[in-house]
Design a protein around this ligand. Structure first.
Ligand code: NAP
Length: 648
């Protein structure tokens, strides 16, 4: 395959200033540099030499000796200059070599089935492997008949819009907020940021070489989303400040009637051939049912509705909840408040990451921009380290002898490492230690990243209360043991109504069938998390059982769904059909498979609550699959899984 001109251009720019190039190489991670070298030269011998020194996907797990690092950097300079001067061209990487490179880059066996995922995910040759092109000519005027409504302008909705825009399919996004960004627009509590490394937590087709840190904070992520909305000119197609109240399928016309309300109360009906929900799962705050909460006389607000008008400086603050939002809020406010009283119902596991608070140096950003393949390999390493690399840790071993502590040998090893870490932080405080070590296996609840949580707990102005809350009074939180904690402000870090999927939107399918009647309050099901029988031309992004709880990026999953939806729309358009509808057979078979797989995974362990399960204990949020499995399941829409209604 011919090397894209963009890669050659990139290399010429990289070689334009020798000092800059060498500085960047010195600062950059050695493993992605090594992979760039192999990618440029095709010299696989480097892999054999480096392999014994690479023990995982994270950069800090590579211990390549200095002398070898020096040779890699030197050879890379020569290889780049050879290409820049036209003496050579970048090597063609065979599938076999690619598998070996993936394997070496993370120091673990990576099956060949990841090849396709690698090519799609890393944009290494600037090709869009996830594109769904038309297979036969489609007259643009015909596309007018396939107007699509997307609900939500967060990462998923915008990603969907970008692909519709590329295919020429007319669409409208309806967004309840005044701007794009979804959860990243709404959440602005102190310390808000992402736990997935952002060089992976970004669209595969829109890499951002400018991330200022490895785990970006909310404002920077929002800026990235704003940039994408501008770059792909999406704003013109978004109706801001308008909420979808209901959507009903019109069988006669095979269209969706979408009923909306704007901020000023005006209600409207819109019509579309296709309806796609991209409303997220974590944006309807769960307000705890604690007696007296409404009688509290001071400010009380949820982390997702942060009240920036309330100055917490010098205040006595209660924080209820210790999940991902609490983990970021608590340490961020503990230094300025007078007292922080944290009410913990159950502890969470939290893992240390050496780069969690690190920024990306200018030299590394330069390398990301200029060294071909560098960021592709970096992204793959992050993908592996943050997701599929430890999927086996979550599988219940039925013969495991300590099921109350852990679920298999790997999971137990992880537990011990986590406990050792906690002890290294607060081992001198047995009172705290007893409160914070969870009594359920790692990954039973969402794994958190330690945001100086344990350091915070040792602060003299911080108290961790594990007694149950009995009630809230005008100026205090009172526990069942009768302790009165006087506070000025209450922060509710109490999570979201995740399993009540699609929130308050009423969806009516064929024969007026109401989706909430099938799903109930919290029992959503869908084929691949995307389609449902009796709901033709209806697709969901981030639907049932698509949450990634072993790690990975929600954006990866939504891109899988977007491709699948695009294939569905392509079938519809190319077949000249009026509707496409999931058949009951595949739906039932798939959901049975999902339930079976999940029953053998950590989230069904009885020792903990989590937002993944519904009231009956069925895991309704999480995907049981590795990312590569879900990618394979959604790579192509199989028309035999669907019924088509022909036009005319
Ligand atoms: P969460 O994980 O559901 O945590 C809610 C917390 O509130 C838990 O500690 C829960 O205790 C507690 N709680 C709920 N009701 C309570 C009550 N009545 N009394 C006392 N405590 C109560 O919610 P979250 O922290 O907002 O996170 C939700 C999800 O959003 C995360 O799992 C993640 O997917 C996403 N998120 C991600 C990031 C990030 O990337 N860094 C940041 C924020 C959120 P129990 O554990 O005992 O139920």
């Amino acid at each position: 395959m011919e090397t894209p001109t963009r890669t050659i251009e990139q290399i010429r720019l990289a070689c334009a200033n020798d000092a800059e190039l060498r500085n960047a190489l010195q600062a950059a991670d050695i493993v992605p540099l090594l992979m760039s070298l192999v990618h440029l030269t095709g010299q696989a011998r480097w892999l054999d030499e480096a392999a014994p020194h690479i023990k995982g996907g994270w950069s800090f797990l590579a211990t390549i000796p200095d002398e070898m690092q020096r040779r890699i950097r030197e050879q890379l300079v020569l290889a780049l200059k050879d290409v820049a001067s036209g003496r050579s061209t970048p090597a063609t990487i065979s599938d076999e070599l690619l598998t070996r490179m993936m394997h070496t880059s993370v120091g673990q066996t990576v099956p060949a089935e990841y090849n396709a995922l690698f090519r799609e995910e890393t944009s290494f040759d600037h090709r869009d492997y996830k594109a769904v092109p038309w297979r036969k000519p489609v007259a643009p005027e015909r596309l007018a008949d396939f107007h699509t409504i997307i609900i939500g302008a967060g990462f998923s909705g915008l990603g969907m819009a970008i692909k519709l825009e590329e295919s020429g399919i007319p669409y409208t996004i309806i967004e309840k907020n005044p701007n794009v960004g979804g959860t990243w627009l709404e959440n602005r509590y102190p310390g808000c940021g992402v736990d997935t490394p952002c060089h992976f937590y970004s669209y595969s087709f829109a890499p951002n070489p400018e991330w200022s840190s490895f785990f970006a904070k909310r404002d920077e992520i929002l800026r990235y989303i704003f940039d994408c909305a501008e770059r792909y000119q999406l704003r013109k197609s978004i109706r801001f400040g308008e909420e979808v109240l209901s959507a009903a399928y019109d069988e006669k016309n095979s269209t969706w009637q979408v009923h909306t309300r704007t901020a000023d109360g005006t209600e409207q009906d819109l019509t579309a051939r296709v309806l796609i929900t991209a409303v997220g799962a974590l944006n309807r705050p769960a307000i705890p049912n604690i007696p007296g909460l409404e009688q509290f006389s001071g400010p009380a607000f949820h982390t997702a509705c942060w009240d920036s008008n309330v100055d917490l400086t010098g205040k006595r603050v209660a924080m209820i909840g210790t999940g991902a939002s609490g983990m970021q809020t608590g340490p961020s406010i503990s230094g300025s408040v007078d007292r922080l009283t944290i009410f913990q119902r159950s502890p969470h596991w939290a893992i240390r990451h050496p780069l969690y608070h690190a920024s990306v140096s200018e030299e590394v950003k330069w390398a990301i921009r200029h060294i071909p393949f560098y960021v592709s390999w970096f992204r793959f390493q992050l993908f592996w380290a943050a997701s599929d690399g430890f999927h086996r840790t979550l599988q219940i071993d039925p013969t495991w002898s300590m099921p109350h502590l852990s679920i298999n040998a790997d999971n137990h090893r992880m537990r011990e490492e986590l406990v050792d870490y906690i002890k290294s932080k607060i081992g001198d405080r047995p009172d705290l230690l007893a409160k914070v070590i969870p009594n359920y296996p790692p990954f039973g609840k969402r794994m958190l990243r330690d945001n100086h949580w344990y350091d915070m707990l040792k602060r003299p102005n911080v108290e961790l209360v594990t007694d149950k809350i009995d009630r809230i009074e005008a100026n205090a939180v009172v526990t069942r043991e009768g302790a009165r904690h006087e506070v000025d402000v209450i922060v509710l870090a109490t999570g979201f109504q995740a399993s009540r999927m699609l929130g308050p939107i009423e969806v009516y399918g064929r024969h007026g069938k109401r989706l909430r009647d099938s799903w109930g309050d919290d029992d959503p099901r869908a084929y691949l998390g995307i389609t449902i029988p009796d709901y033709p031309n209806f697709f969901m992004i981030y639907g049932p059982n698509t949450n990634l709880a072993h790690g990975g990026s929600a954006i990866f999953h939504s891109e899988c769904q977007i491709r699948y939806v695009m294939e569905g729309i392509r079938e519809l358009v190319e077949a000249g059909a009026k509707s496409i509808e999931c058949r009951p057979g595949p739906f039932e078979t798939y959901n049975a498979k999902v339930d079976r797989a999940l029953s053998g995974m950590v989230w069904s362990h009885p020792a903990m609550t989590n937002w993944y399960k519904n009231k009956r204990g069925r895991v309704v949020m999480n995907s049981p699959w590795r990312l590569v499995d879900y990618r394979n399941l959604t790579e192509h829409l199989d028309p035999s899984d669907y019924a088509f209604e022909r036009a005319g």
